[in-house]
Write a protein that binds this ligand. Sequence first.
Ligand SMILES: Cc1cc2nc3c(=O)[nH]c(=O)nc-3n(C[C@H](O)[C@H](O)[C@H](O)COP(=O)(O)O)c2cc1C
Length: 378
Amino acid sequence: MSRLRWSTAGESHGEALLAVIEGLPFGLALDLARIDRELARRQSGFGRSSRQQLERDRVEVVAGAYRGATSGAPLVLRVRNKDQSLPTLPPLHRPRPGHADLAGAIKFDTNDARPVLERSSARETVARVAAGAVAKMVLERVGVRVEGFVAAIGSVVLRDPPGDGFAWIAERDASPVWCPHSATSAAMCDVISAAGAAGDTLGGVVEVRAAGVPAGLGSLMQAGTRLDAALAAAVMSVPSVKAVEIGDGIAAAALGGHAVHDPITFDGGAIRRGSNRAGGIEGGMSNGQPLVVRAYLKPLATTKHAMASVDLRDGTRAPSDPQRSDVCAVPSGAVVVEHVVGLVVLAALLDSVPADTVEDLDSGFRTWVERRAGLPGA
Ligand SMILES: Cc1cc2nc3c(=O)[nH]c(=O)nc-3n(C[C@H](O)[C@H](O)[C@H](O)COP(=O)(O)O)c2cc1C
């Protein structure tokens, strides 16, 4: 089990969403305004519902901090819901295809899927973003930066993804769909508007990059210690993600080995790679190249027009229960996946460089990297 562990609690229309993060080093200054900015990014993509205007997420620290910094205790973060109508919401008897409603109702042997909806709703990802924002703060101390963008919405694909580095961040942040290419971003907005007008929904692809990750995080020793496996599990757990890709994984399956594997060179006293098709991971370990993780999100399940369903009370045919919904949540999904990747990378880092305090982390990280500079074992 990793030193860093996190979990969330809370319902979509309950009092609040909570994140619990254990294993953080002592003494990390908690920049709550920074967490709020990340929460605002999650809320503000084009194509989202009126609820996003209703909610203005603000994080509060409930436990685990002393004088504005982590205390080494479990850190508990809370984001209150503005809409706390859960006690008065009607039961949900007609499950919506594509949601957790039906499988959850069967699992808990109830014909009212309301509690299932409340917990499976992607509002829960507020808590993951809050936790991930803290993870990113720890990572940034040691020069690891994690950022995501939207690579496709429906049929509109970002044809020319940005190169290494983060020069694209300003253009991403100017885009209503978090796509770092203005013409593609405009086309994405158009396709979302058209889908909304037709009462339909759209999915898409998001890409997350983590730069500054040293080689050797994760482990080849067991299935559960592989960094790619941890990333895939965490990213796949984001609602509506149906496929996860590391590097050129999907395209690579159709190519020959010479076209796929990244050449190794030794140049200027350092190991270098001629390309990064592996997405920064080989053998379940980071290899010193930027991590590249892509997530494929299905179109949202709640469409404007109800879909065929049954009433769980008597089995009669009935349209699925209508619920408020977005047209496209891919931009928000990019922010969520980015933060989930941040949590996984920090967990892998703390497994290799255990640290009780942030100062331990600074020095431990320096030592880890310095020892591995040049040729290994030299
Ligand atoms: C940020 C975000 C917002 C979402 N908003 C909606 C929504 O408004 N309507 C909807 O039908 N699904 C939405 N989803 C997806 C559903 O939560 C998800 O499809 C559902 O819980 C079933 O889980 P699964 O798709 O992983 O099987 C959203 C997903 C994310 C990541």
